[in-house]
Design a binder for this molecule. Structure first.
Ligand code: DC
Length: 211
């Protein structure tokens, strides 16, 4: 059982993926966190974020404990992740880990939920369940502002909106594994849904996808 969830930032992927994993007793991998860790490590060593060789070196040196680095959820690191994720060598270096997680989920789980940008298209193209979770720019920016503020971080709507737009464009227009729905993905627009409604709609699609 593999559930692939893709979509732009702050569309509700993470919350949904976590809930589905818990409900269906599956392992969960937030693949954005891996790209964030690579971006953060490039920032820590002080290399240029446009330096493809430096980014690839950090991706190849990734260790599980890097996912615990401080500040991975900030917008600065999100932008860094979006930049390093355009580098083909970075994506190649991280692909095997993600595929292994899906094929051999930890803790003897019977399957996994992975969320990101290219799970249904590249990482797990054979996944039997694929969701493309999206929402309007305005709703996503509002959600992101609330999320940052809830974590005690400063967040200004206009700035968050622009940052998100820039990231969406970069993630969607990159040459390798761009953000796009898989041909066989169900699109779920969460603009008018709360988290419970998103969860129920996704569960309905997974349990009875033809209806
Ligand atoms: O899901 P997120 O916002 O934490 O992801 C941060 C960035 O990482 C995102 O802007 C693009 C990149 N990313 C990616 O290229 N492929 C993925 N599967 C997940 C994230």
């Amino acid at each position: 059982m593999i559930i692939a969830i893709d979509g732009p930032a702050a569309a509700g992927k993470g919350t949904l993926a976590r809930r589905l994993a818990q409900h269906l007793n599956l392992a969960y991998l937030d693949t954005g966190l891996i790209y964030r860790a690579v971006g953060k490590k490039v920032l820590i060593v002080g290399a240029d974020l446009e330096d493809a060789a430096a980014a690839e070196a950090e991706a190849r040196a990734m260790r599980p404990e890097d996912l615990e680095l401080e500040g991975l959820r900030t917008d600065e690191v999100a932008q860094a992740a979006s930049k390093v994720s355009t580098v083909p060598g970075v994506r190649a270096a991280l692909l095997e880990f993600q595929r292994d997680f899906a094929a051999y989920p930890p803790d003897d789980k019977a399957g996994a939920v992975l969320d990101g940008r290219d799970i249904g298209t590249v990482v797990c193209p054979e996944a039997p369940h694929k969701l493309f979770v999206t929402a309007s720019m305005d709703v996503r920016a509002q959600r992101r502002v609330k999320e940052l503020q809830d974590r005690g971080l400063e967040a200004i709507y206009a700035r968050v909106f622009e940052d998100m737009k820039e990231r969406d464009v970069r993630d969607s227009e990159r040459a390798v594994s761009p953000l796009e729905p898989a041909k066989d993905a169900h699109t779920l627009d969460t603009s008018d849904f709360d988290a419970d409604q998103v969860f129920q709609a996704a569960l309905d699609l997974i349990v009875s996808p033809g209806e």
